[in-house]
Design a protein around this ligand. Sequence first.
Ligand code: GTS
Length: 227
Amino acid sequence: MNTVAMAVDGEPAMKIYDFPIGPYPTRVRIALAEKNLQSRVEFVMVDLRKGEHKDPEFIAGKNYSGTVPVLELADGTCIAECTAITEYLDALVGEPVLTGSTAFERGMIHMMSKRAELELLDAISVYFHHGTPGLGPLVEQYQNREWGLRQRDKALRGMHYFDDVLRKRAYVAGDAFSMADITVIAGLIFADIVDLAVPAECTALLAWYERMKMRPSVKSQPAFVRR
Ligand code: GTS
């Protein structure tokens, strides 16, 4: 692991263990950009292609699940899981609110973000790790192609579901941009990585994605810049 950027203006440093082009780390990067918090974070590169996220030291000290991103607070506490990290960052500073202000908004955003994980992002991740070479033979210790292909089909159904949602409202969880939009964006980034095209008939999802890619917090991400 090596530290690739640091800009901390007198505030206690937070670290993000990161893989800059990865769909999941991009969720946290978008949240940081939306909240204008990048300058308070030191990014630490964890090279997934070298299996650095499976190092016993990383698993014992940073994230039991052996994934990135991980947020490390100044006192050494580590918070893993994109949803948990986004909730933490959202509570640090005010606008824009990404996880909801009212009970209704919080419930809707959490549900839709979880649904975007279950039906799209996590499904494509399983397809990547099981139905394709994934991170390569050094990292992928067990693969089940049948399971991977089922998850790819699940993700395609998920795309139709979110297309239907976005025919009825401007954003995934309501009338404002939220964590749920970020999670679907990550799903479509991962879909692109595994060459899983959004079906052409999903016009609402495709149009929403074009709008999302115009947001400064989204278009500046390494996941898009590299293309
Ligand atoms: N549920 C976790 C979260 O929401 O943070 C999933 C995190 C995750 O799967 N991260 C990927 C990872 O570490 C990073 S990336 O695929 O988006 O680059 N994958 C490595 C692995 O071996 O699963």
